[in-house]
Design a binder for this molecule. Structure first.
Ligand code: MSP
Length: 530
């Protein structure tokens, strides 16, 4: 089968390369936010990280969209790409590579890869007949179609009949090898429900699929037959490989694969699982290349319990959402509120309530009132307390001590909501502890040591929470750290060296005497619109 997964210390994560038929929607934002959080977590661990995103620009869907607009496809693509990049900027996505399938260097990679597959004897000419969904860029089985020959995914679009001579990829040849891959690497497809879908699909028997199209201009010509154009998915999946090239290196497969291959995680939505978990590994096997570590298919977002769509008129515009509430709010809601892997819902009231409860109240107010007390009672410095002052069964020390392991495991399993739950467990316990120890009373009673112990315990818990939340809400984490008197920025690529995980992930690292920063509201409460 060849090797599977990455055995180096590097970490590479990808989002899908998004179609540029329209500006990004909330679904693309969701995948990208999740990928960014994982990449940031691995940077905290000190690993060399590459986060890849980008755009899938060829094919009939894009060609038609440009035609409808009456402009050249490349101009259309460039405009939409600007939109993607500006949304990622405003959502604070720290991607390392942006892979565009129209990049000239991509064509060189695609050609070389095609030649390898050709040399393996896995490409042949044949007749392709069937129903094609241009929005999916995929042939559909007749039995999958909805009434009126509509696509099951793009329910307002009818499929088109195709009958043409194309080149085919011998997917059927890889049936057993793929089965062996899934059996020997049970983690290759996640979560389990998605894995089962793929296993069922493969067990039914794999059919070869066509990798070229006639009568399509917008794409790369098939290397050995320029009358045909390469199928957009064959070209797009290879965009992940092109992304690995350093900007100044020659576009060869050898250079692309040298430093970062194989990719650790492909993060995708459940609708494109088959391409990533079946076609892609088979293509790589054919080319004699190692297989990526895992493919994680997340669920779909709905709005107020309903499928989102332009035809339904209930889309959720990510640009407007981030403009109104800021990046951290959007990032936090989607990662905390939805169990990653399952479908999830956006509801405005819920959105506002979650942000107010967690970020404004539990975390923000806690930091604010504790800092103000530290200002008054401890001369605006981290209280002068040694760790020995805390008994082993001190509630916050105990909970804080366990947090690192819980949160690390949650992030590694892409269980963002679980990571948030664990972190907010410490925050809620800190609020309770503060109310119970009442340092304002201790101070009045002249109990300086006890006052400092209480304030240290809470400040340290907030710090640890901020550190561990930084992959999800980087700006809030920055604000917490600045207010606690640290200098640094969680957006830095070398954050794992600046604030090492083994040091900052541990409860009790705050240095007594450190000068505190100025207290300022962490997260502005959002008023419910009437
Ligand atoms: N171009 C291909 C991917 C090629 S990868 C080599 C593609 N592009 S896409 O723009 O259509 O895909 C967008 C991503 O958004 C997919 O992962 C898809 O699952 C996801 N979503 C689309 N609608 C969604 C929701 N309503 N909710 C969550 N994610 C959704 O497919």
């Amino acid at each position: 089968m060849g090797s599977v997964g990455n055995h180096r210390n590097t970490f590479v994560i990808t989002t899908p390369l998004y179609y540029v038929n329209a500006l990004p929607h909330i679904g693309s934002a969701y995948t990208t936010i999740a990928a960014d959080a994982i990449a940031r977590f691995h940077r905290l661990l000190g690993q060399p990280v590459l986060m890849i995103t980008g755009t899938d620009e060829h094919g009939q869907k894009i060609q038609r969209t440009a035609e409808e607009r009456g402009i050249a496809p490349q101009i259309h693509c460039d405009e939409i790409v600007d939109g993607f990049q500006s949304l990622w900027k405003s959502l604070n996505i720290a991607y390392d590579r942006f892979s565009r399938t129209t990049a000239p260097r991509h064509e060189a990679i695609v050609r070389e890869f095609y030649d390898r597959v050709w040399a393996s004897g896995d490409i042949y000419e044949g007749r392709q007949q069937g129903w094609y969904c241009v929005s999916c860029e995929e042939f559909k089985e007749e039995r999958e179609l909805l009434e009126g020959k509509r696509c099951p995914i793009h329910t307002n679009k009818t499929v088109e009949w195709r009958d043409e001579h194309n080149y085919f990829f011998k997917l059927s040849k890889y049936q057993e090898k793929l089965a062996a891959l899934y059996a020997e690497h049970p983690d290759f497809i996640q979560p389990t429900t998605r894995r089962n879908e793929v296993l069922n699909f493969v067990e039914k028997g794999l059919q070869d699929f066509s990798i070229s199209r006639l009568n399509l201009d917008w794409g790369f010509p098939v290397p050995n037959d320029p009358d045909q154009t390469l199928y957009v998915w064959f070209d797009a999946l290879l965009g992940y490989m092109t992304a690995l090239l350093d900007s100044d290196s020659k576009p060869t497969l050898e250079n692309a694969l040298e430093k970062w291959w194989p990719i650790n995680v492909h993060l995708i939505g459940k609708d494109i699982l088959r391409f990533h978990a079946v076609y892609w590994p088979a293509m790589l096997m054919s080319a004699g290349l190692p297989i990526p570590g895992r493919v994680f298919g997340h669920g779909f977002l709905t709005k107020d319990g309903q499928k989102m769509g332009k035809s339904l008129g209930n889309t959720l515009d990510p640009f407007a959402l981030v403009d109104q509430y800021g990046a951290d709010a959007v990032r936090y809601y989607f990662l905390k509120e939805i169990e990653f892997g399952r479908d999830g819902d956006f509801n405005k009231t819920r959105f506002i309530n979650v942000l107010n409860a967690d970020l404004a109240n539990d975390l923000g107010n806690l930091l604010n009132r504790t800092l103000k007390m530290a200002g008054r009672y401890c001369g605006s410095r981290i209280p002068d307390v040694s760790l020995e002052a805390f008994a082993d069964d001190h509630d916050l020390k105990l909970k804080g001590g366990r947090l690192l392991e819980q949160v690390q495991s949650a992030y590694e399993h892409l269980a963002f909501s679980e990571a948030c739950e664990a972190i907010f467990g410490l925050i809620r316990a800190s609020n309770k502890y503060l109310d119970e120890t009442a340092p304002w009373t201790l101070f009045k009673q002249g109990k300086q040591t006890e006052t400092e112990i209480a304030l240290y315990a809470v400040l340290e818990s907030v710090r640890l929470a901020g550190y561990l939340l930084s992959p999800i809400v980087p700006s809030l984490a920055n604000s917490i750290y600045t207010q606690l008197g640290f200098e640094g920025d969680f957006n830095r690529a070398d954050i794992g060296q600046l604030f090492p995980f083994e040091e900052h992930g541990v409860w009790g690292m705050l240095t007594p005497g450190q000068q505190l920063g100025e207290a300022r509201p962490l997260f502005q409460r959002i008023e419910l619109e009437s």
